[in-house]
Design a protein around this ligand. Structure first.
Ligand SMILES: Cc1cc2nc3c(=O)[nH]c(=O)nc-3n(C[C@H](O)[C@H](O)[C@H](O)COP(=O)(O)OP(=O)(O)OC[C@H]3O[C@@H](n4cnc5c(N)ncnc54)[C@H](O)[C@@H]3O)c2cc1C
Ligand code: SF4
Length: 479
């Protein structure tokens, strides 16, 4: 039979089936189903194996994408999953929530003109299927090293570090102040983007690899950090970025104004059945909700508000759509679900009284390109208007905050709150305490899951490098 060199012409780019909007807004289920086996084969066969895998370069983890697409095309699900795990400990999660349109798929040769290969959807579908068939990472040949490592933070950075260290035979204990693993994967990102059963499965996979989770345990409160550095051979910190960026808007303390993350966490805990009195979820039924900010968090807040039967949901952002940091895909899903976007509007004041919010005063902006990347927004004089609102959600972003227990133990932080890593005489992800490494949002500032994974993996490799150097020094002393 003649070889088909152009399957991408025969099979157009397809995404997994999307639930109808009226059905999906009734609940919190993921809005996409997985690909069927036939779809995986067809969509994976669209890869033209262009020789220079731009997609791998577009992926921060440099995943071996063309190679696992080939395995997927051949139906070798378990082999593809094993290859995925060589570079990514969370392929089922990244496949769901990476902004592929800005990373791997943007770099795909077919993107211009034919539509990129659906890399993310294949990645998640293959991993889900492999787990369903009982596939698990193989650690039979791994010998225990006798080293103990403490990981602080069970977010993607901590989980990635734990994966690499467990595969090297080290005993890993992961501490987290929350009741579940995942960090923002569980408590920030809503279930319509990432079903929490997926995180549960990953927990059982990691536990199967020997990783121990010590949850509801806050370092600095329940356990002294100094004790941790004494009791373990190395420590990895991945505590994230949780300091709310304060827009300092007049009226932001009025009843009816909520910060984005507590709002999303309260919602998630209600769904998990772990909410406490501190998890206050505002009543949104029939209310006019205005969300201020243009990142992924804002998009998660608007789509959550839709699911709480708000009368109207409006996202206000000071730049235009092209310069919005949030994912394009999420803008589409939000619009489909009935969210209004108001671009080039600067919030100036939240209006209301002791009973609550009545509106948000905004001004129009124009964009000024200073040649410094994203254009600056400038207020147009005399353009002010009031948007009626009953509930306002503030989603201006997050910054890392130096934990007191870390600074008290000689770990340095920059004035912007980010942990100081690397520098003279240190490995790139080593802190100013040589036993302690770090990465993820606490180093980069609020960023992406895939880059937190990258840091966790790299830091773990550097911990192994440190152990190897220590062993070599000890041998030299004996000799
Ligand atoms: C609402 C929202 C939506 C997002 N959507 C996306 C998306 O769609 N795609 C994407 O790629 N990225 C998204 N992100 C960003 C992404 O979630 C983060 O970049 C990523 O989770 C950072 O990982 P991390 O491991 O550094 O930190 P985190 O995920 O924040 O995990 C840190 C963990 O450390 C724990 N911790 C902190 N202090 C202590 C302590 N003292 N003791 C014990 N435990 C502690 C915390 O409880 C937490 O579990 C989103 C972020 C938010 C807020
Ligand atoms: S990890 Fe993210 S960027 Fe990398 S291949 Fe998967 S979806 Fe693309």
């Amino acid at each position: 039979m003649k070889k088909d060199n152009f399957p991408f012409l025969r099979f157009p780019r397809e995404l997994p089936r999307e639930l109808n909007v009226p059905v999906r807004v009734l609940g919190y289920g993921e809005i996409h189903t997985a690909f069927t086996g036939e779809q995986i084969t067809e969509q994976a066969s669209r890869c033209i194996d262009c020789g220079n895998p731009y997609c791998s370069w577009g992926c921060p983890l440099h995943n071996h994408i063309p190679r696992w697409l080939e395995l997927a095309r051949e139906g070798r699900v378990e082999d593809a999953a094993a290859l995925m795990h060589e570079t990514n400990p969370l392929p089922e999660i990244c496949g769901r929530i990476c902004p592929q349109d800005r990373l791997c798929e943007q770099a795909c040769t077919l993107e211009t003109g034919f539509g990129a290969v659906t890399i993310g959807a294949i990645e998640r579908s293959i991993t889900d299927e492999a787990f369903k068939r009982g596939w698990r990472p193989k650690l039979d040949d791994v010998e225990a090293s006798g080293k103990r490592i403490a990981v602080v933070g069970a977010g993607p950075a901590g989980l990635a570090a734990a994966d690499v260290l467990a595969r090297a035979g080290h005993a890993v204990e992961v501490f987290d102040r929350y009741e579940e693993i995942g960090g923002l994967l569980t408590f920030g990102i809503p279930p319509f983007k990432l079903d929490k059963k997926i995180v549960d499965t990953r927990r059982s996979v990691l536990e199967g690899m020997g990783v121990k989770f010590r949850l509801n345990t806050e370092i600095g409160k329940d356990i002294d950090f100094a004790a941790l550095t004494q009791d373990y051979d190395a420590v990895f910190l991945g505590t994230g970025a949780y300091q709310f960026v304060d827009g300092k808007l007049p009226g932001q303390t009025l009843p009816g104004v909520h910060a984005a993350l507590p709002f999303l966490i309260a919602n998630m805990r209600r769904l998990l059945g772990t909410a406490t009195a501190a998890d206050v979820m505002p009543e949104l039924l029939g209310k006019r909700v205005v969300v201020l900010g243009g990142g992924d968090t804002s998009m998660d807040c608007v789509r959550t508000s839709v699911r709480h039967d708000a009368e109207s949901v409006t996202l206000v952002y000071r730049r235009d759509e092209a310069n919005m940091p949030g994912s394009r895909r999420e803008v589409k899903y939000s619009r489909d679900e009935g969210v209004d976007f108001l671009f080039q509007r600067q919030p100036l004041e939240i209006l209301g009284n002791a009973k609550g919010v009545i509106g948000v005063r905004v001004g129009e902006t124009r964009l000024v390109d200073d040649g410094n990347g994203r254009p600056r927004s400038e207020l147009v004089p005399g353009s002010e208007e009031v948007l009626p609102a009953d509930v306002v959600i503030l989603a201006f972003g997050f910054l890392p905050e130096p934990p007191q227990w870390a600074t008290a133990n000689g770990i340095e932080f920059a004035t912007n709150g980010k942990i100081v890593l690397g520098g003279a005489g240190r490995l790139p992800l080593q802190t100013t305490n040589p036993k302690v490494f770090a990465g993820g949002d606490m180093w980069r500032g609020a960023d992406l899951v895939v880059r937190a994974v990258l840091d966790g993996r790299e830091a773990a490799k550097q911990i192994k490098q440190m152990f190897a150097a220590q062993a070599a020094t000890a041998e030299a002393v004996v000799a």
